[in-house]
Structure formats: structure tokens, C-alpha cells
Design a protein around this ligand. Structure first.
Ligand code: AMP
Length: 224
């Protein structure tokens, strides 16, 4: 395995992107750039961006393209991303974001765009039991209606249900995914950049499928 990769991971909320992206980022020694995590950090820190984003996020809506493109442009210009690469999780979410990203990455194109595919019925079930550490972002699965918060095994932070993982917000986000984000699948498919990976099953098997696809895409790109 050669370190370094420039990847986009697409998929419905709850498809396992967060978990797989953390593993991929360790495997390829590249930063995991999650726009959702960046926005949640801004909300926690109470920055201007965070204050503006909170209401939209809680309602399960999308932050404006210009703001998101600005955030990602700045992040991809940092040394770790320019030298080794990155895994983009949660961006792009619209075709306008994808077009801006193609321009931002024109000198160092993306190796693979992966759609981590999990059917809607399965993700709804997964999200309703998802719990997340507010501090380090580690994901947990609740086995029932535990009193929350509980303590994170990794950092000692509070583990709670995300404000946007309530049933109404989840359904709204999944509808939005179908209407705004799934055209991206068509967009990247048309460019011949898309690989669909089955995200159902044991996380180790899903990880093997992902690295298999990434290796072959990178090989075809000639190691650039
Ligand atoms: P996520 O953790 O990826 O599910 O993102 C959580 C929320 O952050 C989303 O429901 C959106 O409100 C917002 N968000 C994250 N990434 C983007 C993006 N690329 N474009 C617009 N909104 C975003």
C-alpha cells in the first residue's frame, strides 16, 4: 500500500461513511475532512459560522454552497492535504459544489469518488440508534433508550444523540439527499469517476471492498 490518496466518499446519512473514513484516513495516512464535523465544531465554539449554521443543521437543511465551497477551498490548501491528499466526507453535496471542487483540485485530481451504498430502510434503523461523542466524534450504537449522555471510551467526552438525528430531521435529510445529492452520483457516473461499493455487512468486509476499489483506481491513475 502506498500512502496518499485523494478521495470523495458519498452515501446516505448512516451509510457508515464516518466509520469507514476514519479507517481509510489511518490506512492512507491522509486527513479525514468531514464538513459536518467542521460545522459541528464551529457550532460548539460559537463562531459566526457556527451561529449561522446551527438552525439550518438542526432542521436537517443544507448550508449554502458559497459558504461550504469557501470552507473546503481553505482546508484543501493546507499542507497535509496538498502533500498527502485527503478523504472528503460530506462534501460535495450538490452538483454546484462538485463543479467548484473540480476547479479547486484541477492540479491534483481526485483518484476515486465512491458511493457507499446502503438502502434507506437500513440507514433509518442505524441512525435512530446512533450516538456520537460531542468532543472527538467517535460513533457508538445504543442498544436501547439509555439515559444520556454517557462517557466516551476514547476521550471521556459526553456521548449523546446528535440534534439532527431525531426522526423528523433524519427523514428530511434523507429526502434532501435523494433530491440534491443523488444527482451527484449521476454527475460523477457521467464523468467515469464513480465506483459504487456495497456498504451493507461487516465493517471489515466493507473496508476491504473500499480499499480494493481505491487501489485499482489509483493504479489506473498511474500513481499521480
Ligand atoms: P453530516 O455530518 O455530513 O451529516 O452533516 C451534518 C449537517 O451539516 C448537514 O445536515 C448539513 O446541514 C451540514 N452540511 C455538512 N456538509 C455540508 C455540505 N457539503 N453542504 C451543505 N451543508 C452541509
Amino acid at each position: 500500500m502506498i500512502p496518499g490518496a485523494r478521495l470523495i466518499i458519498l452515501g446516505r446519512q448512516g451509510a457508515g461513511k464516518g466509520t469507514q473514513c476514519v479507517r481509510l484516513s489511518r490506512h492512507y495516512v491522509v486527513p479525514h475532512i468531514s464538513t459536518g464535523d467542521m460545522l459541528r465544531a464551529a457550532v460548539r465554539e460559537g463562531t459566526e459560522l457556527g451561529r449561522a449554521a446551527k438552525e439550518v443543521m438542526d432542521a436537517g437543511g443544507l448550508i449554502g454552497d458559497d459558504i461550504m465551497i469557501g470552507i473546503v477551498r481553505e482546508r484543501l490548501a493546507k499542507a497535509d492535504a496538498t502533500t498527502r491528499g485527503y478523504i472528503l466526507d460530506g462534501f460535495p453535496r450538490t452538483v454546484a459544489q462538485a463543479e467548484a471542487l473540480a476547479e479547486i483540485t484541477a492540479d491534483r485530481p481526485i483518484h476515486a469518488v465512491i458511493d457507499l451504498d446502503v438502502p434507506r430502510e437500513i440507514v433509518v434503523e442505524r441512525i435512530s440508534s446512533r450516538r456520537v461523542c460531542r468532543d472527538c466524534g467517535t460513533n457508538y450504537t445504543a442498544s436501547g433508550p439509555e439515559p444520556s449522555p454517557w462517557i466516551c471510551d476514547v476521550c471521556g467526552g459526553d456521548v449523546t444523540q446528535r440534534d439532527d438525528d431525531t426522526p423528523d430531521a433524519v427523514n428530511r435529510r434523507l429526502d434532501l439527499y435523494e433530491s440534491q445529492t443523488s444527482p451527484l452520483i449521476e454527475h460523477y457516473g457521467g464523468l467515469g469517476q464513480l465506483s459504487v461499493v456495497n456498504g451493507v455487512g461487516n465493517p471489515d468486509n466493507v473496508f476491504q471492498r473500499l480499499t480494493g476499489v481505491i487501489e485499482s483506481r489509483r493504479h489506473n491513475a498511474g500513481g499521480t
